[in-house]
Design a protein around this ligand. Structure first.
Ligand SMILES: Cc1ncc(COP(=O)(O)O)c(C=O)c1O
Length: 452
């Protein structure tokens, strides 16, 4: 039962709550009170089809999953928490389960956000360097347009200038690589004549920095918030060969793509890449509980354990990494994906949505349409010839026109100065063909209303 009515809640929200990524103007945002499947209801009783999986692509198995809530409740009653210096049963079961989907990887380190999972990966790279003869391979490469998190290390390794603005100085030792977006090729070329210059550029950067100083390179397998950018098929094969040549660890940030979002359990698996470290968060428990993982090969794990040195083990702890029920939620989440054969649905409906989005391409303000599985984006432009981005205010208006019609979509949000012009679709894996058709219809209507 609600303690206050809708307007009292809205007033209390305006008075007391500091919202994320929000310039407060005294107006309450949508207050979400319940959800089932793909649908959420706001505090005023208005229903929406949520094509964002909770705003930031994470409620992957949809709302209202009693079996997750029940399993979490039972585990909380039995044993809610003990520090992850010790073991707990759901974590042991989840680690075994997830490793079954990740050939070549063998150790799971639990924490509780995507940023934190990436910070762990960076600390692993640096400790590996410390344990080596030269102690020098501490630099980490990241890619322009990729996002790796909000903490200052993760932000330092993020290729989105507008997200970073005003938060300097950044952590030293992070070096940027060119992005892999064909629509805005960093080299002014076209695929395949480009010879995948963006992948080959990784070698140039390593040589410039000095191969003896570079220890890791992190990539979103498919850039998500930076504009939904699947690289060309051979991209990661080229990158991985270069990294191997110089002894640089390949870190895949699967915080968005991981656990099925793109139609394979992990995004890197579309590309035949063999990462040394994989991080994941949002989809691990479909955001029913906060949990993230940093998963490594046995080789990385072993490189951080040197019995002859007192400093040489992973001296890192995350208090909430010991919340046993978070791992319980993760176990239920993967069981739902398996039992309901959701990856097949992600692929089938993802292809249907992509085909539908492509029908928008003749519109003068639709520059590009891209994506894989249920991670899809439409890039809007002012003018197709110059590819000048549609102003962010227009993109906001477009998303508002969709919300007015009952469909929630995402967008690039204060990530690139003057270029936040991609609308994102990332519905939960239970999306049906009818839902997809509704999303497409509403998008077409909103485009017609706002852009003509
Ligand atoms: C690819 C990627 N990595 C890392 C993060 C950071 O995750 P969190 O917000 O859980 O710290 C995000 C969040 O959006 C993300 O999209």
């Amino acid at each position: 039962m609600q303690a206050k009515n809708a307007s009292e809640y809205m007033a209390a929200d305006v008075a007391n709550v500091w919202h994320h990524l929000t310039l407060h103007k005294g107006v309450a945002p949508m207050i979400v009170v319940e959800g089932k499947g793909l649908r959420v209801k706001d505090v005023n009783g208005k229903e929406y089809l949520d094509a964002t999986s909770g705003g930031v692509w994470c409620v992957n198995v949809g709302y209202g999953r009693d079996r997750i809530a029940d399993a979490v409740c039972a585990q909380m009653k039995r044993m809610p928490y003990y520090a992850a210096t010790c073991g707990n049963l759901p974590t042991i079961d989840f680690a075994g389960k997830i490793l079954g989907y990740m050939p070549g990887l063998s150790r799971v380190y639990i924490s509780n956000s995507g940023s934190e999972a990436n910070e762990k990966a960076y600390k692993m790279v640096r400790l590996r360097a410390y344990n080596s003869a030269t102690k020098a391979k501490k630099k980490i490469l990241y890619r322009n347009r990729d996002y790796h998190g909000t903490t200052i290390g993760a932000l330092s390794s993020t290729g989105q200038p507008e997200r970073k603005e005003c938060f300097d100085p950044f952590v030293p030792g992070f070096v940027e690589l060119p992005h892999a977006c064909c629509y805005r090729c960093a080299f002014g070329q076209s695929y395949p004549d480009c010879g995948v210059a963006c992948a080959k550029a990784v070698e140039d950067v390593i040589l410039k920095e000095g191969p003896d100083t570079v220890g890791g390179a992190i990539f979103e397998p498919i850039t998500a918030g930076g504009g939904v950018i699947p690289p060309v098929p051979e991209y990661y094969k080229i990158v991985a060969d270069i990294l191997k040549k110089y002894g640089v660890l390949l870190i895949m940030d699967e915080v968005v793509c991981g656990m099925g979002r793109t139609g394979t359990m992990f995004g890197y698996q579309h590309y035949g890449a063999e990462p040394d470290i994989v991080t994941m968060a949002k989809g691990v428990a479909s955001a029913y509980m906060p949990i993230s993982c940093t998963v490594t090969t046995e080789k990385v794990f072993a490189a951080l354990q040197d019995p002859s040195s007192t400093l040489s083990y992973f001296r890192d702890i995350s208090t909430f990494g010991g919340c046993a029920a978070a791992a319980t939620a993760a176990l239920e989440n993967v069981a739902i994906i398996e039992e309901e054969n959701l990856l097949a649905n992600v692929k089938a409906i993802g292809e249907h949505l992509l085909e539908g989005l492509k029908e928008l391409l003749p519109h003068p303000k639709v520059g590009d349409v891209r994506g894989k599985g249920l991670l899809l984006g439409v890039e809007f432009v002012e003018d197709k010839g110059s590819k000048a981005p549609l102003p962010e205010a227009k993109v906001v208006e477009l998303c508002g026109a969709m919300a007015k019609r009952g469909v929630l979509v995402g967008r690039t949000n204060r990530s690139f100065v003057g270029a936040n012009n991609v609308v994102n679709l990332a519905p939960a894996y239970v999306v049906t063909r009818d839902d997809a058709d509704l999303i497409l219809k509403v998008l077409r209507e909103a485009v017609a209303e706002v852009l003509g």
